[in-house]
Design a binder for this molecule. Structure first.
Ligand code: ATP
Ligand code: MG
Length: 461
């Protein structure tokens, strides 16, 4: 198992394909140089060069010593349930770099939906590239589409251009779904002379980035493709959290608070808030926990009935009778089995979900009418308001470190990797390991149990 693990989490390096790839000494070190520093008279002394990370620096992926397979929330990953060492590569600047900064043309692309912090990551990729000495940095407009659409010229990027972009939400470069094939993208990269590609996006974007990395290897192009996971849902495997999640939870509380005030101020008021979370209920769970104003939290991972003696509606009736009002927080992917399956897909091939918030609102109105109790149901969908806000301070810092480490990874010669925070340390992981399946809330975990304790809701089955 140990060997298998180490193989899986080994990160692809340029020397795998080009064993004789030239490595030069990095000028990126803890001791910052003036932009006008001249190295022609020789490099500074060894003592001045420090702060490098080497390949023996590892971050522990798992810290729990599982006592049994049934420990709450823990999955026993080896037959004897004993300690297993799972280490991943620590992110950070390498002493040896595999690209000459003056020969680098770096491109940044943002794909998928919006997420707070995209501009912060773009900003720090650009700034870090400049510190390495890269002069040629461009943005690809509107996601992968920008590689093929001749009407969308590259956006030249520099510290000056990106200086203040983190002060607003969205993406300076624009985003999109769908777009050209992987081979068209790689053709375009070849034509443009791009040899470093930074890809900001979710699981779909990362699947694309990994395919681009493989295609570049197949064509023996010396290119580094590095991803930064962008998922507001926090559904990327292994990572403590992804950027934008903290901000989303923070912002979601405003919507919950509004729903609470509406519900509380109305006679028999019921507030329904739908939050993001296609397959993972992290935002709904964390926002419910943080706000303390939610009576019922519904997530995709935990099945529930609306009708019947143990259903959500019966509990709503109880809440109205006892408290006078109620707040429901539902993740967008929850209760999809109650909705008509249209088989509709978006441009990237993702299933279009039905609106569970509207469904709950309608069913609640119907139910209270049937039982002859008045109820004032209000529905809030704050999705686009949450996605568009700028990153909060904690996400801003996370984005800074991720952006910097993405550049360190590319200069270090790694490709087909992504960067994330793992056990409070930053690490590089091979892309396939983080997108194998979406990370989800474990219904047997302590955290979900804490959420249930906070809302006071029963099982709805
Ligand atoms: P979000 O979390 O917002 O859904 P995402 O990265 O998953 O982000 P998608 O719209 O699914 O967003 O995909 C983004 C881009 O990645 C699209 O341009 C899409 O064409 C491309 N893509 C998706 N899946 C693949 C894949 N398996 N191989 C190659 N490219 C892909
Ligand atoms: Mg996706």
């Amino acid at each position: 198992y140990q060997r298998d693990f180490e193989e899986r989490f080994n990160i692809p390096h340029i020397t795998d394909v080009f064993p004789d790839a030239e490595a030069i000494r990095s000028t990126f070190c803890l001791k910052m140089r003036s932009p006008t520093a001249d190295f022609s008279g020789g490099y500074p002394s060894d003592e001045e060069w420090h702060g490098y990370i080497n390949n023996k620096d590892r971050v522990l992926l798992k810290v729990i010593n599982y006592s049994s397979p049934t420990s709450a929330g823990a999955v026993c990953i080896d037959p004897d349930c004993t300690w297993i060492e799972q280490w991943v590569h620590r992110a950070g600047p390498r002493e040896k770099i595999y690209f000459r900064p003056e020969k680098v043309k770096a491109a940044i692309v943002t794909c998928g939906g919006l997420c707070p912090g995209l501009n912060d990551v773009i900003r720090h990729i650009v700034i870090t590239l400049e510190i390495y000495g890269v002069k040629n940095v461009v943005g690809i407009p509107f996601g992968y589409r920008g590689f093929s659409d001749k009407n969308l010229p590259e956006i030249p990027l520099s510290r000056k251009v990106v200086q203040n972009i983190h002060l607003s939400g969205g993406s300076l470069l624009g985003v999109s779904r769908g777009g050209p094939s992987v081979s068209e993208i790689v053709d375009s990269m070849g034509e443009r002379g791009i040899n470093m590609l930074f890809v900001l996006g979710g699981n779909g974007t990362h699947a694309g980035a990994n395919a681009i990395h493989n295609e570049c290897r197949r064509r023996r192009m010396k290119v580094a493709v590095v991803g930064v996971p962008k998922t507001i849902d926090n559904d990327i495997l292994h990572m403590d959290k992804t950027f934008g999640f903290d901000t989303a939870v923070e912002e979601a509380q405003r919507a919950i608070n509004s729903a609470y005030i509406e519900a509380h101020s109305a006679y028999h008021g019921i507030g329904v808030v739908k939050l993001m979370g296609r397959s993972s209920g992290f935002i709904a769970m964390q926002a419910s926990l943080a706000s303390g104003q939610v009576d019922i939290c519904l997530i995709p991972e935990v099945p529930f009935n609306l009708h019947g003696p143990h259903g959500v509606l019966k509990h709503l009736k109880y809440l109205i009778e006892t408290k006078g009002s109620a707040v429901i927080c539902v993740a967008e992917g929850a209760g999809q089995s109650f909705l008509e399956n249209t088989n509709a897909k978006d441009a990237s091939g993702n299933k279009v979900l039905g609106d569970i918030g509207v469904h709950i609102q309608q069913e609640t109105k119907k139910y209270f009418k049937e039982i002859g109790v008045s109820a004032d149901v209000k529905y809030i969908d704050p999705t686009y308001m949450i996605r568009a806000v700028r990153a909060n301070a904690s996400d801003g810092i996370l984005c800074t470190v991720l952006g910097q480490n993405a550049v360190h990874g590319a200069f270090g010669g790694y490709s087909g990797i992504t960067v994330g925070i793992i056990n409070t340390h930053y690490a590089y992981l091979p892309i396939p390991e983080v997108i194998a399946y979406p990370k989800s809330v474990d219904p047997n975990s302590r955290m979900w149990h804490r959420c249930l304790t906070s809302t006071g809701q029963p099982d709805f089955i």
